[in-house]
Ligand binder design. Structure first.
Ligand SMILES: Cc1cc2nc3c(=O)[nH]c(=O)nc-3n(C[C@H](O)[C@H](O)[C@H](O)COP(=O)(O)O)c2cc1C
Length: 377
């Protein structure tokens, strides 16, 4: 066996996303300007290397399992151009990976913006840089202007997933097969596919997807190791039913066990009143409602036909934290929110904060010890 072959390890031994903590934690969108808050409040994340590194280090100190960047090529206009400036995910993951030792480091990759041979090679490279902590979040793309920026049209919804099936199949072949292989599909044609060195992780790095549509859920349940769910309603029974249904889909239709994650925004304060005033300020008073409108209109084809109140509520959640699950209140209430998410049956959740850098440090000091005491971690 070569020295490189001996480096390879079962991914459960190298990547903390496979650990057995009751509720795994991560961050979302620390590679993009303003993070997840569509707000003009002072102190939202200004994207630069020291800030994104500071967030990774803070997460690492709490042994967060997942640092998940957002794949974004275009902002949402208005005066903030929300999420316009930002770091490309694979190069971000490589550099963050080289600067950390514990957390699982994700790259979020669009399917149509990168050839699968390149994606497989970059992923394998980062897996070596991180000694087996890399994971891949696959997105098929929905944001028309950013896909068109690459000179190709946005494919019809289900075809995006047909393309993703071929794309991911090629990655897995490259990551696992020693002999060169040919592949001829509808979207890709590979001649003598070859990749060395293989990733550190056996059989290959964890693959994640956030398919929300029926087609997307089947793709994720059949082909991915981890999925995200987005909660339309925040009623406990509805959320739990959604998690249960996803798990059942993977088990019954595909005989697979998958991890199910979601994401939440955390608005914290010494008192509940303080936390709610903070929410009111950065969302109601200083939210960039025009950028939120642009986002909703791009993402949801029939947005203009939705009832006004539904649309306003949706925009509020996007402004507050990219549409995540809301956790608002004192340190004890934040812990209760995380316990509730765990009771929904989630394996993990990504978190984000409006003033990302200072709020995450506050969480580390005032909330995280209580999270540990609660037995969640
Ligand atoms: C936690 C989470 C992260 C996501 N990250 C991205 C991203 O970085 N880039 C992107 O274009 N879409 C992203 N998406 C969108 C999803 O990939 C997906 O397109 C969306 O959930 C709609 O599902 P569908 O594709 O099945 O219709 C994300 C969704 C969620 C819930």
């Amino acid at each position: 066996m070569t020295a490189n072959a001996m480096l390879r390890q079962d991914r459960r031994n190298t990547n903390p996303v496979f650990n057995d903590r009751k509720l795994k934690l991560g961050t979302f969108g620390t590679n993009l300007d303003r993070g997840c808050a569509i707000s003009t409040i002072d102190g939202v994340l200004e994207i630069n290397w020291p800030n994104t590194l500071e967030l990774a280090r803070c997460s690492e100190e709490m042994e967060f399992e997942a640092l998940v960047p957002i794949g974004r090529w275009h902002g949402f206009g208005s005066h903030t151009n929300f999420n316009g400036p930002g770091f490309e995910c694979f190069s971000w993951a490589s550099a963050i990976g080289a600067s950390t030792k514990y957390s699982g480091i994700f790259a979020t990759s669009h399917v149509p913006t990168i050839h699968p041979v390149m994606a497989a090679k970059q992923a394998a490279t980062i897996d070596h840089v991180t000694n087996g902590r890399f994971a891949l979040n696959i997105v098929t793309g929905w944001n028309r202007p950013e896909i068109e920026m690459f000179g190709s049209p946005l494919m019809e919804h289900d075809d995006r997933y047909n393309c993703a099936i071929e794309w991911l199949h090629i990655l897995k072949q490259l990551w696992t097969r020693d002999e060169p292989f040919d592949f001829e599909g509808k979207f890709y044609n590979i001649k003598k596919g070859y990749l060395q060195p293989k990733p550190i992780q056996r059989p290959f790095p964890a693959v994640m997807n956030a398919g929300g549509s029926e087609r997307g859920q089947h793709f994720a349940a059949k082909h991915c190791d981890m999925v995200y769910v987005v909660f339309g309603s925040h009623d406990f029974a509805d959320c739990k039913a959604k998690v249960d249904a996803y798990r059942e889909l993977a088990r019954k239709e595909y005989g697979r066990e998958i991890q199910i994650w979601s994401y939440a925004y955390v608005v914290q304060g010494e008192t509940e009143k303080e936390a709610r005033a903070y929410y009111d300020e950065y969302v109601n008073q200083k939210g960039d409602w025009d950028a939120a409108e642009n986002l909703v209109n791009t993402m949801i084809a029939n947005a203009k036909t939705l009832p006004k109140e539904v649309l306003a509520e949706m925009k509020k959640h996007f402004i507050a934290g990219w549409g995540g699950y809301p956790i608002i209140g004192t340190p004890e209430q934040v812990v209760d929110g995380l316990i509730t998410m765990s009771k929904m049956g989630l394996d993990g959740t990504l978190l984000n904060w409006p003033r990302y850098v200072s709020d995450q440090r506050w969480f580390q000091k005032h909330v995280y010890p209580l999270v540990q005491q609660s037995g969640l971690r």
